[in-house]
Design a protein around this ligand. Structure first.
Ligand SMILES: *[C@@H]1O[C@H](CO)[C@@H](O)[C@H](O)[C@H]1NC(C)=O
Ligand SMILES: *[C@@H]1O[C@H](CO)[C@@H](O)[C@H](O)[C@H]1NC(C)=O
Ligand SMILES: *[C@@H]1O[C@H](CO)[C@@H](O)[C@H](O)[C@H]1NC(C)=O
Ligand SMILES: *[C@@H]1O[C@H](CO)[C@@H](O)[C@H](O)[C@H]1NC(C)=O
Ligand SMILES: *[C@@H]1O[C@H](CO)[C@@H](O)[C@H](O)[C@H]1NC(C)=O
Ligand SMILES: *[C@@H]1O[C@H](CO)[C@@H](O)[C@H](O)[C@H]1NC(C)=O
Length: 475
């Protein structure tokens, strides 16, 4: 029993492994740009950086000098660009050399009953740092980070004390130098470790499910640990939309797909047709894909009214059976509308049923018939000027009688009318919008640059460069 249970447990991750619906990849160029922005941000922040006070004591043979270094501020910093690279199968390696920092602050000493104080300038020269941040996932779909390697070095230190009886004090400066040097050096790696641990606990708390609108949420946990190669890191996310009121998995599964790396761009996102169709399923199963059509919704100028008189030209027996009676249509998706991606083409298949009723003067409804429409639309999409553009055409539309309470009738002329309506009214409206372009969704501080879109078999890939503005980040 136990061995078989163990076997089952070891097999479980595979048994439950699912294909990601969304993949995102950050290239080496993206990583370098990110670290450049990060370093500029850090440099801007150094002015406000609070350096903790230092207190200590030095045994000078004839007694102990207590000292305090307070109100320390960075007066000058030379922060070279860090070298940030992907470390295959591990994570990210960050190293920096030749960091120089000058600090100005106050000093106080107490030797027996003698108190003294003044200001000081301290320069820490040639600080070097090398650290490896491991990337993984925590099993609950969060990204995890860990500091797995860290080393630091300090080239030297220069200190000068001003004011007070510092000439008495100056001889002991070399004691301070080595002591402070050790103190700083001892704090660099633990400081980084603490920073990474804080980041890790923030990541642990991050939500992986997001409300999209009142009717839709999306789940974005990692389904695999990040895949780190020497040229990029890829994250594979579940990418399933759910209805807000009904958390039912769609009755179809994601297929595998592989991003086509755009190494000359920073960021690549692949969106599978599965993810899009899960949204469609959520709307469909929540009964949101339906509409009631009444006569007052038809433009006043239209000669065609929603009544049996008008329908008489298409269904001759209708006005004979129910003369001049207003009608009501209930159109609803009878199946989940499905999007499929093919190289350079996106197709949408909809199966819409429409039930027609007559409205009696006492407001009861008489069922007339049900028409089933099967339509396929195909679109070409591209991105230009950071706007989604494209065009859509009607490929095919068939109309069949699904049920009738008024006897058999022909659908050919109705089908023609519908095709003309879609081609000459609906699609021109849509295509005008697509021609003008729909701006890409913006994230604050982030601008999309050189974005491109490519539709492949089963997924759409969007690759882009970004421009992050620190100016906006501060407000
Ligand atoms: C959400 O569903 C309600 C009906 O329950 C509908 O009126 C509303 O337009 C929908 N909102 C969105 C954003 O789909
Ligand atoms: C949720 O949706 C599924 C699929 O449409 C349906 O079978 C199920 O009854 C629904 N559950 C609830 C609680 O509405
Ligand atoms: C029905 O439509 C015809 C036009 O086809 C119109 O003349 C007539 O007044 C309409 N009847 C009702 C009841 O709306
Ligand atoms: C409406 O009128 C029909 C007869 O034309 C009758 O059968 C039906 O019961 C009436 N309904 C109501 C709610 O009065
Ligand atoms: C709709 O039409 C397409 C072909 O145009 C066909 O593959 C599909 O099965 C049809 N759907 C239904 C529900 O008849
Ligand atoms: C349109 O649909 C009909 C019936 O499903 C099918 O026979 C025909 O081949 C389709 N035409 C195109 C262009 O897909």
């Amino acid at each position: 029993m136990l061995p078989s249970l163990l076997v089952l447990l070891t097999l479980m991750p595979h048994a439950f492994a699912i294909n990601p619906g969304i993949k995102a990849s950050l290239s080496d160029k993206g990583l370098k740009y990110g670290s450049h922005v990060g370093a500029s941000w850090l440099l801007e922040k150094t002015g406000q950086m609070v350096i903790p006070d230092v207190a200590g004591e030095i045994d000078i043979g004839i007694g102990t000098v207590h000292y305090w270094l307070t109100s320390m501020k960075i007066s000058q910093i030379n922060l070279p660009e860090p070298t940030v690279t992907f470390m295959e199968k591990v994570g990210i390696k960050v190293s920096m050399e030749n960091l120089n920092v000058a600090v100005h602050g106050n000093w106080n000493t107490k030797f027996s009953f003698i108190k003294d104080g003044g200001t000081f300038d301290l320069a820490v020269i040639n600080v070097g740092l090398s650290t490896v941040i491991q990337l993984g996932s925590d099993g609950k779909g969060h990204l995890s980070v860990a500091n797995v390697q860290c080393s630091s070095s300090i080239g030297g230190i220069d200190a000068s004390f001003h004011g007070g009886g510092s000439f008495i004090f100056q001889p002991f400066v070399h004691f301070f130098k080595s002591k402070i040097l050790n103190q700083i050096q001892e704090k660099i790696c633990p400081g980084i470790e603490k920073y990474v641990n804080d980041l890790e606990s923030q990541l642990e708390k991050m939500q992986v499910s997001f409300q999209v609108n009142r009717n839709l949420s999306i789940e974005l946990p990692l389904v695999l640990p990040p895949i780190i190669q020497s040229s990029d890191v890829e994250v594979d996310l579940k990418g399933v939309f759910y209805g807000a009121r009904n958390h039912t998995d769609p009755p179809f599964a994601a297929g595998p797909f592989q991003l086509v790396q755009q190494s000359d761009l920073m960021l690549t996102v692949g969106l599978s047709e599965f993810t899009i169709n899960s949204a469609s399923f959520a709307y469909y199963s929540a009964g949101l894909l339906q509409i009631l059509i009444t006569d007052d919704m038809i433009p006043k100028a239209s000669p065609f009214r929603l009544n049996t008189t008008s329908f008489g030209t298409l269904i001759p027996q209708l006005p004979k059976m129910y003369p001049n009676m207003l009608m009501l249509l209930r159109a609803y998706a009878a199946q989940t509308p499905t999007v499929s991606f093919h190289p350079d083409t996106t197709t949408l298949n909809v199966f819409v049923s429409t039930k027609a009723y007559g409205i009696k003067p006492n407001a009861t409804y008489i069922p007339f018939f049900r028409l089933d429409m099967n339509a396929t639309l195909s679109s070409k999409f591209f991105i230009s000027d950071e706007k989604l553009s494209g065009s859509t055409a009607l490929d095919n539309l068939t109309l069949t009688v699904g049920a009738t309470e008024i006897g058999p009738f022909q659908t050919e002329s109705l089908q023609k009318l519908l095709q003309i309506g879609i081609k000459s009214y609906l699609l021109p409206l849509l295509n005008k919008k697509l021609k003008d372009g729909i701006p890409l969704p913006t994230v604050h501080n982030v601008q999309w640059v050189n974005s491109m879109l490519k539709v492949n078999k089963g997924f759409v890939e969007i690759a882009t460069d970004t421009k992050i503005s620190l100016q906006a980040a501060k407000s």
